[in-house]
Design a protein around this ligand. Structure first.
Ligand SMILES: Nc1ncnc2c1ncn2[C@@H]1O[C@H](COP(=O)(O)O)[C@@H](O)[C@H]1OP(=O)(O)O
Ligand SMILES: [Mg+2]
Ligand SMILES: [Mg+2]
Ligand SMILES: [Mg+2]
Length: 364
C-alpha cells in the first residue's frame, strides 16, 4: 500500500509541468500565431501521405521536444510525435530546414533559460527525431502533435498544439493549446461565457488525471475550472465535427444527430482537437468523428483532447462504446470512429450511432 502511495506521489510530482515549460509552450504558440499570418507558399510541403506540413509543424516539434528533454533530464525521455526529419535531410529540404532553424532559434532566444548556444540545423533535426519513440503499454511516453489541424492552420482557422503523457498505456496528463479559439463560447450549450471575454482568443486547456480540467487564457489573465455540458435532452445538444469533409462523414453524423436524436442546431465544424477543448467547457454536447473506413487514427490526435474531456466529466469512446486504447503504439487501431459526449447522453448517442451505421451498411 505504502509503495503504491509513494509510486503515485512520485508519478504525480514528475507529471506536472514546471513553470518554464508552460511559459515556453505559450511562447511557441505566440510564434506560431505570427507564422500563421506570414506563411509563404514555400513554407508548406506535402508529406508522402499527401497531408500538408509547414515550417511551424517542424519548428513546434523541435522546440517542445528540446525543452521537454532539458526539463526532464533526470529521467528516461520518450516522445511519440507526428513529424520526422526524413524530408528535411534531403537536398530539396535544405531551404525549409534553414527557415525552421531560424524560427527555432528566434523562439528559444526569448526564453533565457534555454539560450545555451544557437542551435545548428543538425541540432534541430535531432530534436525533431527525438519524437521517434513508438509508445506502448509500459513506461512513460510523451505524445505530441506539434500542430493538430494543419489544414485549419493554413486556412487561418482553428488548430491546436497537443501534448499528453502516457503512463503504462493510460493518458495521465494533457495540455491542449488552441491559439485561435475564442475565450467565449462558440456553441449554443454554453455555461462559462462572460462579457469581458467576448472578444479575446487563445485558450490553453490542461488536465491531470483525478484533478479536473482547467482553461487558461493564453495571456495568463484568467484560469477557470471547466465542465462538460449537462444537457440531457438530445434535441437541445449542439454537436461538433471536422471542418474537412474528408476527415469524417458529414452525411452520417447528420443522420445520427438530426434524424435519430432530433438535434435542432446545425453542426459546428472546426478543425483539430480544439473540438475537445470547446466540448470540455460545454460549448456543445456531442463530438462525432466518423472517418472513412481504413483510416487509422493516431494517438497524438486524441491523447490530450480525450483527457481534457474526461477530466471535465465527459466520456470518449469508439463507436462500440469502448474507451480509446492508447497502449498499442502510435495508432489507436480503431477504424470505426470516435464519439464524445456527457454521461447522460452517451447511451442514446451510442444507440443512434449503431443504428445509423447499421442502416448505412444494409439500407432498407
Ligand atoms: N484522411 C484523414 N481522415 C481523418 N483525419 C485525418 C486525415 N488526414 C489527416 N487527419 C488528421 O486529422 C486531424 C484533424 O482532423 P480534424 O481537424 O478534422 O479534426 C489532424 O490530426 C490531421 O492531421 P494533422 O495533425 O496533420 O492536421
Ligand atoms: Mg499532419
Ligand atoms: Mg493531428
Ligand atoms: Mg499535426
Amino acid at each position: 500500500m505504502l509503495l503504491g502511495v509513494r509510486h503515485w506521489k512520485k508519478r504525480s510530482e514528475s507529471c506536472s509541468f514546471s513553470g518554464s515549460v508552460q511559459a515556453t509552450f505559450v511562447k511557441v504558440l505566440n510564434i506560431e500565431m505570427k507564422v500563421q499570418k506570414v506563411l509563404l507558399q514555400s513554407d508548406v510541403h506535402l508529406k508522402s501521405d499527401k497531408t500538408p506540413v509547414t515550417v511551424a509543424d517542424y519548428g513546434s516539434q523541435a522546440i517542445v521536444s528540446f525543452v521537454l528533454e532539458k526539463e526532464l533530464s533526470t529521467e528516461p525521455f520518450s516522445l511519440v510525435a507526428e513529424e520526422d526529419s526524413g524530408d528535411l535531410r534531403m537536398e530539396s529540404g535544405q531551404e525549409i530546414l534553414h527557415r525552421i532553424t531560424k524560427l527555432v532559434n528566434d523562439t528559444l532566444v526569448i526564453e533565457e533559460s534555454y539560450t545555451v548556444a544557437t542551435l545548428s540545423s543538425e541540432d534541430v533535426l535531432r530534436a525533431i527525431d527525438s519524437g521517434k519513440s513508438e509508445g506502448g503499454s509500459s513506461g512513460r511516453h510523451w505524445v505530441l502533435d506539434p500542430i493538430d489541424g494543419t489544414k485549419g492552420f493554413l486556412r487561418g482557422d482553428q488548430y491546436a498544439i497537443a501534448l499528453a503523457l502516457l503512463d503504462e498505456g493510460k493518458v495521465v496528463l494533457g495540455v491542449l493549446a488552441c491559439p485561435n479559439l475564442p475565450l467565449a463560447s462558440i456553441g449554443t450549450n454554453n455555461k462559462h461565457s462572460s462579457e469581458s471575454s467576448n472578444e479575446k482568443v487563445g485558450c490553453l486547456f490542461s488536465a491531470k488525471v483525478g484533478e479536473g480540467t482547467f482553461m487558461h487564457s493564453l495571456d495568463g489573465s484568467s484560469l477557470i475550472k471547466v465542465h462538460v455540458s449537462d444537457i440531457e435532452n438530445p434535441e437541445e445538444a449542439s454537436f461538433f465535427e471536422s471542418f474537412e469533409a474528408a476527415h469524417t462523414s458529414h452525411d452520417l453524423s447528420s443522420a445520427i444527430a438530426k434524424v435519430k436524436l432530433g438535434v435542432k442546431a446545425p453542426p459546428i465544424r472546426i478543425d483539430s482537437q480544439a473540438k475537445y477543448g470547446a466540448l470540455s467547457r460545454g460549448d456543445g454536447a456531442i463530438y462525432l468523428r466518423l472517418p472513412c473506413k481504413g483510416y487509422r487514427e493516431k494517438i497524438w490526435d486524441h491523447a490530450a483532447g480525450s483527457i481534457v474531456v474526461t477530466e471535465a466529466g465527459g466520456v470518449v469512446t469508439d463507436v462500440a462504446g469502448n474507451p480509446l486504447d492508447f497502449s498499442k503504439g502510435e495508432h489507436l487501431d480503431r477504424d470505426t470512429g470516435i464519439i464524445v459526449t456527457n454521461r447522460k447522453l452517451m447511451p442514446s448517442l451510442l444507440k443512434a450511432v449503431r443504428e445509423s451505421i447499421q442502416e448505412k451498411v444494409s439500407p432498407m
